[in-house]
Design a protein around this ligand. Structure first.
Ligand code: AMP
Length: 115
């Protein structure tokens, strides 16, 4: 069940400030307030979806397509085409703390050496 009081809903309503990286009618991307990588950005859809399961099951196709285009545009804007990770923590068990679907984009020099 989506809770309209979650912090990302407040950001979308303009009630809490954010450092925007990319924005359009369907998507907002902004810097994570507690970065865990050299670059750490969150991408969220402008819609009420709790997690990736809710989003992929219930969001209109047009919004799903627009969301991934927003991820791509954000990555391009950050200049990370060749060095980034996406993470979508899903559920409390996986550490999801904000119940508004979001994808983390993270980039760090050391990623190049991890695998
Ligand atoms: P998750 O743990 O996957 O749900 O990720 C939620 C993320 O939101 C965490 O990395 C937090 O640091 C980040 N976060 C929480 N509040 C804010 C905020 N007001 N602005 C930017 N990022 C936030």
């Amino acid at each position: 069940m989506y809770n309209k009081d979650n912090v990302f809903a407040k950001i979308l309503r303009g009630e809490i400030p954010n450092k925007t990286v990319y924005s359009d009618d369907n998507v907002l991307a902004f810097y994570d307030v507690a970065p865990r990588a050299r670059v750490h950005v969150l991408v969220i859809p402008r819609g009420e979806y709790t997690d990736i399961f809710d989003f992929t099951q219930n969001a209109p196709e047009s919004l799903q397509i627009a969301f991934w285009a927003g991820v791509r545009n954000t990555v391009e804007k950050l200049g990370l085409r060749d060095n980034f990770r996406t993470v979508a923590n899903t559920g409390r068990g996986a550490g999801q703390s904000v119940m508004h679907f979001h994808v983390h984009i993270m980039s760090d020099e050391r990623f190049k050496e991890d695998f």
